[in-house]
Every structure is written in C-alpha cells, then in structure tokens.
Design a protein around this ligand. Sequence first.
Ligand code: MLT
Length: 428
Amino acid sequence: MSKFAELTLDGKTYQLPVIVGTEGEHAIDITKLRDMTGYITLDTGYKNTGSTTSAVTFLDGEQGILHYRGYPIEQLAEKSTFLEVAYLLIHGELPTKEQFEVFERGIRRRTLVNEDMRKIFDGFPVNAHPMGVMAALASALATFYPGAIDPNLDPDAINLRIARLIAKMPTLAAWAYKNSNGHPVNYPQNKFNYIENFLYMMFSLPVEEYTPDPVVVDALDKLLILHADHEQNCSASTVRLVGSSQVSLYSAVSGGISSLWGPLHGGANQEVLEMLEAIHQDGGNVDKFIEKAKDKNSGFRLMGFGHRVYKNFDPRAKIIKVACDNVLNKLGVNDPLLEIAKKLEERALNDPYFVEKKLYPNVDFYSGIIYKAIGIPTNMFTVMFALGRLPGWIAQWLEMRTDKQPIGRPRQIYTGHTKRDYVPMEQR
Ligand code: MLT
C-alpha cells in the first residue's frame, strides 16, 4: 500500500509520496513539491536530502554497515580483489571467470599513456601536488580520446572508456609522483598485475630487480577495495552532478578528483600524517596532545578519528587495522611517526572521552600509516584514495547516465538585495 506524508501549508494540505528503499530507508519524494505548493526545501550541504536512488552501495552509519551491490565489505576485503570489486560496482554483479578475464585483459593492455600526454608533465612545476596533476590529466584524456565526448551510451564504447580510465590512472599517478621528484618515469610492465604494476612504476627499481612483496600488494589491494565506493559522498556527488551535463566520463571523474583533494574529504589521510609529524616535532608526547584534543580552546584536532556518517565505528577501519599491523610487522618498520600513531590509537580506543564521543580511528588513520610504511609520500595519499574510489565514481556516473537522469540544477532561496537602480560612478 502506498504511504504518503501530509504537508499543510497556508491552510491547504498536500500529500507527498513516501518511498522505501530495499534496506528500509524512507524518503519523502518532493519531486513535485514546487509545482504543487510553490515552495522548495532548503538543506544546505544536503545532510537530509537524497539526490538520487541508487543500487550501487548501501551504508548504515549507525550500524557500521557497508555493502557494495549487496556484498558486505568484510567479505569482499577478505575474499575478492580490487579489480573484481571494480567489475562488481560498475556492472552490478560479480563476474564469471570469463567476464573477469575480458575485463582484466582490457585494462592490462591499456596501461600505457600517449607520449604527448607524458610531455604535459614537463609543463607542471616540479613541486606540483599530484592531485592537481591527476585532475588536469584525467580531463585531458577526453582530448586524447575525443570519442569520449560522445554522449551516446554505446555499451562497447562505454566499456572501452572505462577500461582506459582504470588502466591509465595508476600510470598517471605514478608519473605524477616521479615528476614531483624530478625522476624519469617508469613505463608500465603488463606482466605485473594491477597493484604490482603501480608499485613498480612508483619505486623505480630496474624491472629485473623488482620483486612484488605479497604482504604489501595484499594490503594495497585491500585499501583500494575499502575506498572503492561510499554512496553519495562529496566526490561521488560531484561526479554525478558534473556528469549530468553529459560531459565525458573523464571530465566528470576529474571533478571527483578535485573534490577529493579537499582536506575535508580525501585529504584527511594526508592530514593524519601531518598531525603525527607535528607531534613528533614537538617531542612526541602523545598524552600532551590527547589532552589538547580534549581542550576545545587548544585549536588542536585529532585527524583520522571519528566519521561524519559512521556513528559507532567505520567498518573499513576495522579491516584495514589488521592489514596495517601485517604490513608493519612484515616490513619491520621502526618509524617514530608510526610509534606515535599506535600510542594515539591505543589511547583513543580506551580513553572514555574518545569512546563516548565515538572518536575511534577511522580508515584515513590507518591508510596513512600503511602508505607511509610502504614508502608512499604524504602528498600521494589522496591520490591513493582516488585510485581506490575510481570504480565507485564510474559506477555512480554510469548509473546516473543509464537512468537518463536530468541535468542537476538545484534551486536556492535568494537573500540578497531586492531590485534597485544603477547609480553612475560619479554619484556613489
Ligand atoms: C568517503 O569514503 O567518501 C568518506 O568516508 C567520506 C564520506 O563518505 O562522506
């Protein structure tokens, strides 16, 4: 039986349909509100407003639940691989062996980047932040593959664009890193798998001397799985809104990269390491900073703790904590920042102040530690987040375009000057 919400305005009562999602989420459908009442709703930051229905990812912040296409993140992190999860998010089902081989081969064969695109790196300043490079080059892909600006959704053409993007992002990311060091780039070696190839391109060993470390490869694969999608987060919503104008997938993803660059979104893991470095530079007294975090007037905030959506714990953090311990133990890393991190973690998990305020270590806390332990520099942390989130952005974009959703065009409530006449400059 249909359910309605009743709204009484100016003495008139309206019925607004209620929709219920497959996980029991309820929404009041206001699609026709303005036509019916002349009113719009206002919800700055969209904290209470759904921008779309979606079948890609379900998360429950109160219960700490995260499902990709119905599969619990815990099972995918344990049993799947990043490229298999990418297929699942994009195509909606786990691939058969043959489907996966076609998908993986299509990516493995497209890891090279046009040499004219490689020359663009020479135009960036040597200290260019890799996220700025990635945002520019992701959109530039549409100039090297102009067919991508065709708004038609021919499945083969779309799958080719998706394969190119997933294949080339790690190459561009590694090259952005090499460029920031003034180092020559490493070209992809397609005998390696997706993660191995990225690590090879990043850490410039002669290919004959490069032996992938399975513990590191596994930890990175898990990290990318955990970051693969997160429903309508800021960057995914950006990809949907930019993509709704029917610009190319590459340019829509470029918008997502720019959004993720922000310190309030993907930049959080970089902020974690900068916090650890500040504590280390100050003498490494963790207790001192724990007390500062409790003092609202101190201006010090613990980065990498708590989450705006997960109210009790971040399911991704519980998984990556195990991989973090494995990597640190395997690599035998003795790094003062990592020692500080483990003391912070221990305090946050046991101090009543942090427990009551749900300030538990989140996925950004542990991801930054793993990246540092394997030698990835701080300014590449958000790039790692972007590599992980890429299939989620693609899945959200594809769903929005396949559903033939209209161009996004939110309304507003105007609060500026009412009509007034122009005054010549000599009279002002
Ligand atoms: C994410 O994974 O995108 C972050 O946790 C932020 C969010 O979901 O809003």
